[in-house]
Structures are given as C-alpha cells and as structure tokens.
Design a protein around this ligand. Structure first.
Ligand SMILES: [Zn+2]
Length: 162
C-alpha cells in the first residue's frame, strides 16, 4: 500500500469525527490487511498481512472512537494497557523475538491502535526504529494464508497462557 504522508485539514476533521473510520467496530475478521488473532477485553489483535516485519500485528481498541490512550478514562486506559501487555508478551514468546516495538501514532487513522512489531537480530532495520525511512523501501513480504493462520494460532495459544 502506498503511503500518503499529507493530511489535509478536511481529512483530519473527518478522521476525528469517526465517519467511515476503518477501525471502528465491527470489523472484518479477515481482509486484505489483517487476520484476526483474538478478541481481548478492550481490543482486538490482528496479524498483519504485511509481513515486512515478521509477526507484525495491529491491536485496535474496540469501544467507541478514541483518538489515543489519553482519550480514555483511567480505568479504560488500564484495561487497554493490560491488553497491550498481554499481546506484547505473547508475541515475544510465540515468535522468540528479541523485543517487540510498540507504536501508537494515529496520524492517518485517528482511532486508538497499536503497532506491535517483533524485532529480530538481523532484521531489515535491526538496531533502529522500524520506520527510519519509508516502509516502501523494505521489500514486501506476504505469507500464504495457511502460514499466516498458523502464526495467528501460535500467538493465540501464547495469549491463552497470559
Ligand atoms: Zn474509529
């Protein structure tokens, strides 16, 4: 997917409004962008079909259209953070990654979500943030449906242990 790094004021107003928000529930379990892994108390974990980073996931908040963690009540934020903690731990164990990069940006889609990017020694941006330059500079990598489903099942089984 080509990225546009420009956001018009009208585009931002629409992003804030939640109209046509691609992340507001309900969402497809399986589409061109992701495969659902698990529904958690506050959010849903999806395995990205864009596997330029092995095991890359998206954790999307399920309730309402909050822009960021600061939009939530302390109680809801704590629940969201618990989901994030569980998913990061499950990813690290399931894929035996060195660490998991976590990012909440919302510059394009103003609905609370987290990018979870397991990092491995020797990956394409090892030792640096994943997005120091355009992601388009990293060769696209998409897995066969069966392989993606196997990875999702592995992550799901680790989540069940948390
Ligand atoms: Zn939304």
């Amino acid at each position: 997917m080509a990225h546009s790094y420009r956001m018009t004021l009208d585009g931002w107003a629409q992003a804030l409004s939640g109209d046509d928000c691609p992340f507001c529930a309900p969402r497809a379990d399986d589409n061109d962008f992701w495969l659902k892994v698990e529904t958690l108390p506050s959010s849903t974990l999806y395995l990205s079909r864009d596997q330029r980073f092995h095991g890359r996931c998206l954790l999307i908040h399920d309730r309402g259209h909050p822009i960021g963690i600061e939009s939530l009540s302390p109680r809801d934020a704590a629940s969201a953070f618990e989901d994030l903690h569980r998913c990061s731990k499950a990813l690290r164990h399931a894929l035996r990654s060195e660490l998991v990069n976590v990012a909440s940006l919302g510059n394009q889609i103003a609905h609370l979500h987290w990018h979870l990017i397991p990092r491995f020694v020797g990956d394409s941006r090892w030792g640096a943030p994943p997005w120091t330059t355009s992601p388009d500079e990293i060769p696209q990598r998409r897995l066969a449906d069966a392989d993606l489903a196997s990875m999702a099942a592995l992550i799901r089984s680790e989540l069940a242990k948390t």
